[in-house]
Design a protein around this ligand. Structure first.
Ligand SMILES: NC(=O)c1ccc[n+]([C@@H]2O[C@H](COP(=O)([O-])OP(=O)(O)OC[C@H]3O[C@@H](n4cnc5c(N)ncnc54)[C@H](O)[C@@H]3O)[C@@H](O)[C@H]2O)c1
Length: 461
């Protein structure tokens, strides 16, 4: 431990979770020395530069306030492990792509390597904290590896899942609904848990810091993602019924959501959820359920992901049908590629699937997004020649037959759609995959408007 600081905190994995979370801890706890390490040297260079590797409102200010004081970014994983008192592990945990559980189970090879690396580099006992979202009972495997040493080193493995949402991460970290810390209910486990609670207690009210056993903590994160994604898939399934029955999904959601038992949030019909977590975590729980022989549970959970896939495909089919059953050679402006507003992250973005399907139909695409064009280029690297990337939405829409709004960026609500309409091929179409634009106004201008879960407004008969 460095003399001036109470403890050395280390986070392995400087991504969307590790970066903002540890920056907030450093910001709120000047008496802790916080270091982030990553195998990706470019990412670390970017964390040390003026242009951070991820976009998150408010993150720049926090990082710049504490970087070099008590927040450090490094590629020296081994020495930092040696010096750490508490190690948070926030590496990615992708879905397995091979062997048993391929396409569903979590791929834990990186996780196990990290555990072995911690053990190899440690010359003192430490607390290891799971920050990543993991299958329930992963802590057991980690404990077994770490405590397999004959050097009298003891490791307590805790679970402290992260509940932040990209796009609002800084606010979520500043005022978390809850911080969850799970441990073994042994004397040593509870003492270790208290050390992690003490960190958060620097700014989070005690009543929001929840402690539990380690398995419940691991499972709670997966369950939170089940509830959130299930709401989205439920309202999206209802949106399909609305389109057939001429009901309006916004009216239905409002009426249902006014019941406090249901609540109004997360009831916006859309092209479906994206992001690196929901699908991965639900499939992970599907796999776990199956492995416990709980086939009915697995089936129920799996339907959340199936509806999400269906919703994206339905959106493309609606476009195809509305545009006279052919998209070949037509130019389509994509407004938004990030998986949600206020982030540049495109992992599992519904826009990727939709763009690929439109390309299969031989459409030409012009993609616009205020923060995600770099990632979009990587995601569609194999489609070069058929896709253009243009930051300015007016320029992107010029010469297009249709616009598809795929991310709910605020700025798309207030564009001058009259100007956009004037530059488009007629008849001009808007497919609002987020229900954020003023449909009646666009229809009045002359657009044929296709929202989600609402009757289309069309000049074509
Ligand atoms: N992104 C979110 O909104 C979010 C929210 C809550 C929880 N989570 C969970 O947090 C975990 C991390 O997610 P993320 O979005 O930050 O992922 P990410 O891919 O942005 O970051 C992970 C980082 O870990 C690094 N890494 C991988 N293996 C490493 C190793 N052996 N040593 C050092 N660094 C290594 C990678 O290079 C990468 O920079 C996942 O389990 C995810 O499910 C994510």
């Amino acid at each position: 431990m460095t003399e001036d600081f109470k403890q050395n905190l280390l986070c392995i994995g400087a991504g969307y979770v590790g970066g903002p979370t540890m920056a907030m801890i450093a910001y709120k706890c000047p008496h802790y020395r916080v270091t982030l390490v990553d195998i990706n040297a470019r990412r670390i260079d970017e964390w040390n530069s003026d242009r951070l590797p991820i976009y998150e409102p408010g993150l720049d200010e926090i990082v710049k306030a504490v970087r070099g004081k008590n927040l450090f970014f490094s590629t020296d994983i081994e020495n930092n492990i040696r010096e750490a008192d508490i190690i948070f592990v926030s590496v990615n945990t992708p879905t397995k792509t091979f062997g048993v559980g391929a396409g569903m189970a979590a791929d834990l090879q990186y996780w196990e390597k990290t555990a072995r690396q911690i053990l190899a580099c440690s010359d003192s006992s430490k607390i290891v904290v799971e920050k990543s979202t993991l299958p329930v009972r992963t802590a057991l495997a980690m404990e077994r590896i770490l405590n397999s040493n004959n050097r009298h080193l003891h490791f307590d493995v805790l679970s402290n899942p992260e509940f932040l949402a990209e796009g609002t991460a800084i606010n979520d970290l500043l005022k978390p609904d809850r911080v969850l810390v799970g441990s073994r209910l042994t004397d040593s486990g509870i003492a270790a848990r208290q050390q992690v609670v003490d960190i958060y207690a620097n700014w989070v009210p005690m009543e929001r810091i929840v402690t539990s056993d380690v398995w419940s903590s691991e499972l709670s994160k997966l369950v939170s993602n089940v509830f959130l994604s299930q709401r989205i898939s439920t309202i999206n399934a209802i949106s399909a019924i609305c389109e057939k029955s001429e009901a309006d999904v916004a009216n239905v959601a409002r009426a249902a959501g006014m019941d406090p038992r249901i609540g109004s949030r997360y009831l916006n019909a859309s092209i479906g959820f994206g992001g690196s977590c929901f699908k991965k975590d639900i499939l992970n729980l599907v796999y776990i359920s199956k492995s416990y022989g709980l086939d009915e549970v697995a089936d129920y959970l799996h339907s959340i992901v199936r509806i999400n896939a269906y919703q994206k495909e339905r959106f493309v089919e609606n476009m195809l049908q509305a545009m006279f059953n052919t998209l070949a050679g037509k130019r389509i402006g994509i407004f938004g590629f990030a998986f949600k507003a206020n982030t540049g992250d495109t992992r599992e973005s519904p826009a990727i699937y939709i763009a690929r399907r439109l390309l299969e139909e031989q459409a030409d695409l012009v993609i616009s997004d205020p923060k995600a064009l770099g990632n979009a280029r990587n995601d569609l690297a194999d489609a070069d020649g058929r896709v253009a990337y243009v930051e300015d939405p007016y320029q992107a829409a010029s010469g297009c037959h249709a616009i598809a709004v795929l991310t709910e960026w605020d700025q798309y609500k207030t564009l001058d759609y009259e100007k956009i309409f004037a530059g488009m091929v007629k008849p001009a179409f808007i497919f609002d995959g987020r229900n954020i634009i003023d449909h009646q106004h666009c229809f009045d201008i002359g657009f044929n408007v296709y929202p989600i879960g609402k009757p289309p407004l069309t000049h074509l008969e």
